[in-house]
Structures are given as C-alpha cells and as structure tokens.
Write a protein that binds this ligand. Structure first.
Ligand code: ADP
Length: 267
C-alpha cells in the first residue's frame, strides 16, 4: 500500500494546530462566511490565543472582503505560504488572495480544487495555532470530502452548520448532517442565521421567515444534534461585512452580539 507523502506533510503541519473547526452550510447565502469571520474574530479577542481562518470556498471566496483584506497577495517564505494577518493573533488564507482581480471567476474541476486544498493544508505557514476555522463552500462537494480525508489523522474537533430558518434551507441541512455522520465528522451544532428581525425603532421582533417545520431548533432535535442559537437579521452585520470590519467590537452591546456570544460559548 503506497502512502501519499502529502498526507504526512499535512499531518506535520497540522500538528501545531490545537483545534480545527469546519463551518458548513447546506445552501449558499445563508451567512456561513459571515459566521466564520465573526467566530474567528471572537476567538482572537483573547489575545493569548492564535487564530487562523482558512477559506476553501474556491469558486466564491468572500473571506478577503469580509475581513477587509481585498487586494492582499500571498507571499512565499522558507516556511511556505505566509497567511495574511488581520491583527497579530489572527491570520487568514483564501484562494481570493491568489486571484488577479476581484471579478476573476474560478471555474475549476475537482482534481484541481483538491490539489489546492491539499496545498493550503500542507504549505500555509500558520505556525502554532490554538484554532483553525475553515470556511467551506455550501453543500457537500469535492472540497468537503477532500478536507475530511486530508485531515483524518489530524483530529478535526467538529463542524458548525449554519442555516437560515426556511424549510428549503433546512432540507439541505439534513443532508449536511447525514454527510457528517457518514464521514464520521463530529457535529458541534447548528446555528440559525437570519432568525427574525428586531426593529431598531420599536425593538419588537418580526419573524421574516416562518418555517412550517418549526425551524432549525426543531430540526436539530429531530436529527439529534445540538442547537447552538440564533442570530437575527441585522443590517449592521451586513454593513460591517461589506466594509470588512469586525461587527462584534463595533457593536459590543447589540442584541446580535449577545446572540453571537451565546453561540460562541458553546463552541
Ligand atoms: P454564505 O457564506 O452562506 O454564502 P455570507 O456570509 O456571504 O453567506 O452572507 C450573505 C450575505 O448576507 C452577506 O451580504 C452578509 O453580509 C449578509 N448577512 C449574513 N448574516 C447576516 C445577518 N445576520 N444579518 C444581516 N445580514 C447578514
């Protein structure tokens, strides 16, 4: 039986990363990348922790913009590919840094995508990390199978699955949960994003999406996975993302930050 030498290199590189968390979603546009970025910011608020954020959404990398790192390029050093630092203890790597222009579409087939994921895992010089947050593409595709396979000897802590409340989104989350079970990827829990809108004038909550199935919490119960909490629709979250700013420090006392913190405590 031949052993892939790259897998050994990945294992060596990952041996200095304590915790690895994957962020998944059934569908696109439910707020997965936003959640990955806020989780990374939150973990790095403890200045003693080193945090890495890896974006393997190869066809639609949005992490560079959300993290305010548009136009940054990757540099090589003797150690490998240097990630881009947002602050001393928060480093980011994304395929977005490899593209010439923002609009450049990446239309790659499976093997090429897998090759890049492999390279990200074995060549990025993260150094010692307490947490590596991995933002994945929506659904369960080549990228997910690859990362689970490449990290199988490196102890992934688990996956956080982000969904919106609509049944259409929840159907795909069930598939996502079944995928995790099939590949033995532990599920940390489910987060419901876009969960109601709190009017800034009257502070009353409007349910924008009313799922007939009872929403993500009910689905989590049925699928026997933990429900971590819900984040409301908040225009200031969207604006912070567009501006590449840390929402949590910009609005430390908001209802959304309170909800984020409830979730982060469980991760
Ligand atoms: P995904 O990674 O699932 O495709 P994104 O994280 O890119 O989704 O989010 C899609 C859009 O929704 C972005 O414009 C983002 O700023 C916005 N968004 C995400 N979460 C919220 C929220 N809780 N309230 C308001 N806007 C949000």
């Amino acid at each position: 039986k031949t052993v892939d030498p790259d897998l050994q290199k990945i294992q060596d590189r990952m041996s200095t990363v304590k915790h690895k968390i994957l962020v998944l979603s059934g569908k696109g546009g439910v707020g997965k990348s936003t959640f990955s970025s806020q989780l990374s910011y939150a973990l790095s608020m403890n200045s003693e922790k080193q945090v890495g954020l890896l974006d393997i959404d190869i066809c639609g990398p949005s992490i560079p913009k959300i993290m305010g790192l548009e136009g940054e390029q990757i540099h090589m050093s003797g150690e490998g590919w240097d990630p881009v630092f947002v602050q001393d203890n928060l480093a980011v790597m994304s395929v977005g840094f490899l593209l010439e222009t923002e609009e450049e579409a990446v239309i790659w087939r499976g093997p090429k995508k897998n090759g890049l994921i492999k390279q990200f895992l074995k060549d990025v010089s993260w150094g010692d990390l307490d947490y590596l947050v991995v933002d994945t593409p929506p659904g369960t595709s080549d990228e997910h199978l690859s990362i689970v396979q490449y990290l199988k000897n490196s102890n992934i802590d688990g996956a956080v699955i982000v969904t919106s409340p609509q049944d259409i989104s929840l159907i795909d989350v069930r598939k996502e949960i079944n995928f995790c079970k099939k590949v033995n990827l532990p599920i940390i829990g489910v987060v419901e994003n876009f969960s109601g809108f709190i009017c800034p004038k009257c502070t009353k909550e409007s349910k924008i999406f009313i799922p007939t199935s009872g929403g993500a919490e009910q689905m989590s119960k049925e699928m026997n996975v933990d429900f971590l909490g819900r984040i409301p629709i908040d225009p200031l979250i969207a604006r912070s993302c567009d501006e590449g700013k840390n929402y949590l420090t910009a609005f430390p006392n908001s209802e959304s930050t309170k909800q984020y913190n409830i979730i982060f405590q469980k991760i």
